[in-house]
Write a new protein. Structure first.
Length: 269
């Protein structure tokens, strides 16, 4: 690549980052332009590329999660009535798959004592019953997420994007799944929450893919166990070590989402 082209690309990245930071502070519309998603993904990529920062993966997750929150606050769901209430935790008993940076953010929150004061060992012990149980076997199995305490998420501020989008419009369907009944029923969820979380996911996964990181979603309990087992798991993962080698992953992602992630990754400089 010529020096001029390199300089142009650097300038382009700087301009995008400026736009991206502005958007991060104001949130995205429900149907953002591709250029807006790419601008934010450029900020996330710059974070993932930060030299000498061993926390840059969890900090990238924080950027994406904050984007989801800011976007929702700026453009909340007004049409659909959300059935979720405080203490309702049926969805915290299902197979939950999250991105590696989000696993590291959860692990950091646990280490810092934000998970209702639970130590890493306690969280690992609580997760043991879930590890190795297939998504199908989870239905009706009533196995709680290791971070669920007294019916509430102990790391609410740090919870992954997939948990942020789990907003049911019909609690009866959630109860059916929790009890292992009516297995073909689809839980109706808020389109607004889903779209904001999905946009945030695309910025994070697009940046990860552009940096050459695997974008598979990892089963929460097993991934958190792996991240808590090694004090320097995040630093190792950033260096390319597969610290999640034994963790089940969700291989199938919606084609539309997969395409959007690749499209954003290809557009990043
Ligand atoms: S991280 Fe929190 S919201 Fe997500 S499944 Fe676990 S307890 Fe529930």
């Amino acid at each position: 690549m010529s020096e001029v082209t390199r300089q142009q690309r650097r300038r382009e990245a700087r301009e995008r980052i400026k736009v991206g930071r502005h958007l991060l502070g104001h949130g995205l519309p429900l149907q953002p332009r591709t250029s807006e998603i790419v601008a934010i993904a450029q900020v996330v990529k710059a974070k993932l590329d930060e030299a000498g920062n061993d926390r840059r993966a969890s900090e990238a997750a924080e950027l994406a999660q904050t984007l989801g929150e800011t976007s929702l606050a700026a453009r909340p769901s007004t049409q659909q009535k959300i059935a979720c209430t405080r203490g309702c935790s049926y969805c915290c008993h299902t197979f939950v798959a999250i991105t590696p940076p989000e696993v590291f953010r959860l692990a950091a929150a646990v280490r810092a004592g934000h998970a209702a004061g639970m130590t890493p060992d306690v969280v690992r012990e609580r997760g043991r019953a879930q590890i190795g149980v297939s998504p199908e076997a989870r239905i009706g199995g009533k196995l709680a997420c290791p971070l669920l305490v007294d019916g509430g998420c102990s790391v609410y501020r740090f919870r992954p994007l997939v948990c942020r989008q789990a907003t049911s419009l019909d609690v009866a369907v959630c109860i059916d799944e929790f009890e292992g009944r009516n297995l073909n029923a689809q839980i109706p969820i808020s389109g607004v929450h889903l779209q904001h979380a999905s946009n945030a996911h695309i910025t994070l996964l697009g940046a990860m893919r552009a940096m050459g990181y695997a974008t598979d979603a990892l089963e929460l309990a097993a991934a958190l166990d792996a991240a808590l087992a090694l004090p320097d798991a995040e630093a190792r993962w950033l260096k390319g070590e597969d610290v999640f080698a034994s963790v089940p992953r969700q291989v199938k992602r919606e084609a539309r989402l997969e395409q959007a992630i690749s499209h954003v990754a290809a557009a990043l400089v």
